[in-house]
Design a protein around this ligand. Structure first.
Ligand code: CP
Length: 305
């Protein structure tokens, strides 16, 4: 519900000042809520932001954090996902963070292991902690989410970020738009509770927030890969195009950015409007909140047993 999501964002807010202050981080490290607990990060797809922020979040809370490097693991020798999950489970982790290229893989693993599992992105399905950090960034920059117009633009068909944001921002009362060429919209987009635009200029009109998505070429069949130049011509976010949005528009991107494809460098580097680095910062706070809350039952925190 919106109330539950707002509560989790409030939990994340608690960590922001601590993360910014090395002296507070030193104090926290000696008294972290996850001291003695083991966190495994198992990333079957590449990541910079999500992997590092989950690792930093766990370490700041005092957990023993272990990263399973898939390229050096026995996955490369043909071990199945379920056998890998059962292997990790046998080591008694207290929380497992998983990224996987298949939609539904994280759910599957969560049904086979004994500890809480956090979804760090599964295929084109969901990326829930990304949506939470996006919501926190919007709330802090604009003061509220309810009633704000958020245009999510680009390769929506292959984007787990878009799906999670449609659900979360909609629940929190935003007016959410999906802006993309028809070929990069999912068949069920009309049922996702968003307003659909296939023209970029119309989709940006009056927006409070513009969230850009990269072309996820790794999930496309070669027949449907658009050329970068053509895509930028029709759907690239340039300063001229952005003028259709509100003058104090917040520009967001989950990263990694492909400059000159979905976003012009002049927009990406406009620090008065860009929230991209703040999104990364909020990612650590959100993941600390998720790790803290998800392990409260394990830690027998009063009210969570
Ligand atoms: N936003 C995001 O998921 O980035 P990474 O792929 O670098 O983790």
């Amino acid at each position: 519900t919106g109330a539950q999501a707002s509560w989790l964002l409030d939990e994340a807010e608690r960590w922001i000042d601590i993360n910014r202050d090395p002296a507070k981080r030193v104090l926290l490290h000696g008294d972290g809520a996850l001291r003695g607990l083991t966190q495994i990060n198992a990333f079957f797809e590449n990541s910079t932001r999500t992997l590092l922020s989950f690792e930093i979040a766990g370490k700041r809370l005092g957990a023993d954090v272990v990263n399973m490097g898939v390229s050096t693991s026995s996955v490369k020798k043909g071990e199945t996902l379920l056998d890998t999950a059962l292997t990790l489970n046998a080591m008694h982790p207290d929380v497992i963070v998983i990224r996987h290229g298949l939609s539904g893989a994280v759910q599957l693993i969560s049904e086979k292991v004994d500890c809480p599992v956090l979804n760090a992105g599964d295929g084109r399905h969901e990326h829930p902690t990304q949506a939470l950090l996006d919501a926190l960034t919007i709330r802090r920059r604009l003061g509220s989410i309810a009633g704000k117009t958020v245009a999510i633009c680009g390769d929506i068909l292959h984007s787990r970020v878009a799906r999670s944001n449609f659900a979360l921002l909609g629940t929190l009362g935003a007016k959410v738009r999906a802006v993309a060429p028809r070929t990069l919209l999912p068949a069920d987009v009309e049922r996702l509770g968003v307003e659909v635009f296939t023209n970029m200029d119309a989709g940006l009109e009056g927006a409070d927030v513009v969230m850009m998505l990269r072309l996820q070429r790794e999930r496309m069949s070669s027949a449907f890969v658009p050329s970068s130049r053509e895509y930028f011509h029709f759907f690239g976010l340039t300063p001229a195009r952005l003028a259709a949005a509100k003058s104090d528009v917040l520009v967001m991107h989950p990263g990694p950015m492909n400059r000159g494809v979905e976003i012009d460098s002049a927009v990406a580097d406009d620090i008065t409007r860009s929230g991209v680095t703040e999104q990364v910062e909020m990612g650590v706070a959100v993941r600390m909140a998720c790790l803290d809350v998800l392990t409260r039952r394990t830690r027998k925190v009063e009210g969570w047993a």
